[in-house]
Design a protein around this ligand. Structure first.
Ligand code: MF3
Ligand code: CO
Length: 260
């Protein structure tokens, strides 16, 4: 795997450009994902969108992966392969998207609620997103990878969920996977020290039940071994001298008038 690389501001700006495409694809996927649509239709739309923007889908042909996005339904954790399967009311769908523009990769994932999802599954999806933000609180110079990892693990486990161990976040840049690994479990104060110019994908994969996973016979699809639902939330970020930059997500709109 590519080692650790430090990016300058201009390089981070280029990564934001590929990240902008990933962000827009995820918004398109959110609008399209509804009961009755096939995951192959989502893949086609994502593929076309990425190509129209002058980028390449990072995942297509990566180690032989046969599609442009990953679509993982319910107990599927990650790396679900788009197919003729159609979404149904009550499903959750994780969509993972990577794009490469002018040689720079970005990678992000969201889990969408399809129609009416049970309150307990909705909570899993919400807590998984919160896990990302818990980790992000430590994505500052001076902290270590283990601080991010620990924060994610703690939030998942206090909520009674299992943290997937077999797959981890990662450095990213001219390669989709670079050093360092960014596990979703770990020990405060341990691991690589973070410095400005590191770009990493933080991507909690959280199971409603046990943390154990298996791989289906297609060689790709990772499922929760107990077949309970699993959620995924990921952004590519840059460590800076100040607050981390989200490269695959625009800053949230600040609500006006009252509130904290
Ligand atoms: N987004 C995944 C990751 O972060 C990459 C998908 S693997 C692929 O590791 F083979 F599907 F491309
Ligand atoms: Co990733």
């Amino acid at each position: 795997m590519q080692g650790l690389t430090i990016k300058d501001k201009a390089q981070i700006a280029l990564m934001r450009k590929s990240g902008q495409i990933v962000e827009e694809v995820l918004h398109l996927m959110e609008r399209m994902a509804a009961p009755g649509i096939s995951t192959l239709a989502l893949d086609e739309a994502a593929h076309n969108f990425i190509r129209e923007r002058g980028a390449e889908p990072s995942f297509l042909n990566y180690r032989g992966y046969p599609a442009s996005i990953c679509t993982s339904i319910n107990e599927e954790v990650v790396h679900g392969i788009p197919s003729a399967r159609t979404l149904i009311d009550g499903d959750i769908l994780s969509v993972d998207v990577g794009a490469c523009l002018d040689g720079w990769h970005s990678d992000a994932a969201r889990t969408f609620l399809i129609g009416n999802v049970s309150a307990e599954v909705e909570r899993l999806v919400r807590v998984t997103k919160e896990c990302f933000y818990k980790g992000l609180q430590y994505a500052y110079e001076g902290f270590r990878v283990g601080d991010i990892s620990f924060a994610i693990q703690e939030h998942a486990e206090v909520n009674g969920y299992g943290v997937v161990r077999e797959l981890v976040g990662h450095g990213i840049g001219r390669s989709m996977h670079e050093q360092p690994d960014v596990p979703n479990f770990g020990t405060k104060g341990h691991g690589l020290r973070l410095i400005a110019g590191m770009t990493i994908a933080i991507e909690p994969m959280i199971n409603m039940g046990s943390a154990a996973v298996s791989v289906l016979s297609d060689g790709w699809t990772v499922i929760a071994s107990d077949r309970k639902p699993s959620a995924h939330y990921e952004n590519t970020i840059a460590i800076t001298k100040g607050a981390p930059l989200l490269l695959t997500k625009s800053p949230d709109a600040v609500s006006r008038g009252g509130g904290s």
